[in-house]
Design a protein around this ligand. Sequence first.
Ligand SMILES: Nc1ncnc2c1ncn2[C@@H]1O[C@H](COP(=O)(O)OP(=O)(O)OP(=O)(O)O)[C@@H](O)[C@H]1O
Ligand SMILES: [Mg+2]
Length: 510
Amino acid sequence: MAALPPPATPLLELQGIRKQFAGVTVLDDISLRLYPGEIHALMGQNGAGKSTLIKVLTGVLASNGGQMWLQGQPVAPATPLQAQRLGISTVYQEVNLCPNLSVAENMFAGRYPRRGAAQGLRIDWAEVHRRAEALLARIGLQIDVTRLLSSYPVAVQQMVAIARALGVQAKVLILDEPTSSLDEDEVQKLFEVLRRLRAEGLAIVFVTHFLNQVYAVSDRITVLRNGRHVGEWPVAELGPSALIAAMLGRTMAEQAAQQQPLPEEAAQRPPLLQTEGLGQAGQLQPIDLQVRPGEVLGLAGLLGAGRTETARLLFGLATPDRGVLRIDGQEVRFESPSDAIRHGLALCPEERKTDGIVAELSVRENIVLALQARRGLRRTLPAAQQAAMAEHYVRLMGIKTASIETPIGQLSGGNQQKAVIARWLATEPRLLILDEPTRGIDVAAKQEIMAQILQLARAGMAVVFISSELSEVVRVAHRIVVLRDRRQVGELPAGSTEAQVLDMIAAQAA
Ligand SMILES: Nc1ncnc2c1ncn2[C@@H]1O[C@H](COP(=O)(O)OP(=O)(O)OP(=O)(O)O)[C@@H](O)[C@H]1O
Ligand SMILES: [Mg+2]
């Protein structure tokens, strides 16, 4: 599976790339070399400059210096279209597909093949569909391209984004966190596609915060830290702890691999939240859950197992048509999230890109948003209190921002996500539901967030923790409920291993 040794001339080479925003240097003297037939991991903490470098090299952002060569020729793409014409294809961190258009429309929007007198009269739909199918076939996907994109799972949508980017001329394919919403099987399928493209001679840049994926698929690694180039290594020469040290500039303490059971005294407390046969036709089979104050309940399962559906039912985003929900032993019916919030619940949603941030508002405004909404518009939080709260969470979560007044859209993807988590912590809920809280967050920040969750639990908060990363679930959860095919299939105690959780998921599949 090893790639060929690099030929003398890189396919794409960058040297001395600089980028400033309003005088602040975010890329300083960055170099990057990509060879044909390699998968190259571009690594670094949240805010290190990965997405900015990608935007510079694909003509989305103008650089403030540096040079770029494609197959030995100097190039300077000024727009993404120019970059694509040169054969540099990109799927950006914020995938911008339209769920309510068809697959084919998504793939060709803005560049439809046309037919007619002046070659601009009529979109040639037969040709659109034929080409869409051909591009998808190249990555091994056979689907009905006339169906709405939203009718397919996220993984397929991700593949469509890649096929759209690929075009026919692609020499370089850049993927900025393509796996953040895929489950294990889907990641494997994506990797097969990447290996196939590598065998065709493409150079592939791959950004991820899942270290195991780096070792599963890439040939070489470039590390950025604080907008600077740290180094470039063949993957065999940079093991995981050396990689982490290169990214952080220090080593990271090992964390306990497994959670301990809930202390006896806490386990005696009556449940804060309890469900009996709670379900919704077509969405979730009846489930029975209990969460006590101070307890972290993990929900494990593959994508589509029903974890997010559970969160939505608990939080009043979906209406159960069977079963009972109790808070403090009292039966409740949530007509909307505001009912849930009034009972002390909070949900940090999975789809933070759409449900989460308000790009034009400042970091401070984004952090106080949920708390302010709960107080109502007429009881504005005093400015000083807002500022103090924002400063507190920026420090606590290690949010990398120039100030609390910076528009949140200017933060890196991972730092935006930290702010959304902070928003829900700021409401000081009695029960916090976290749906994939560490997605897109770097290794160090993941550990900090997990430690934070555990500390809040020790102080009495109840937590429902949903994550595709089983290593995280076994590390924080006092109890793990396993879901599969929208059904509760079992429960595991603290101290269970990832393998045991996986076995339970798989046993039910057989
Ligand atoms: N439009 C902008 N205006 C001002 N600063 C920006 C802008 N875009 C990015 N930055 C800053 O540039 C730095 C690098 O951000 P970038 O998005 O490249 O990080 P990243 O490595 O992709 O992080 P992540 O892993 O979180 O996605 C950050 O400090 C960010 O706040
Ligand atoms: Mg990024």
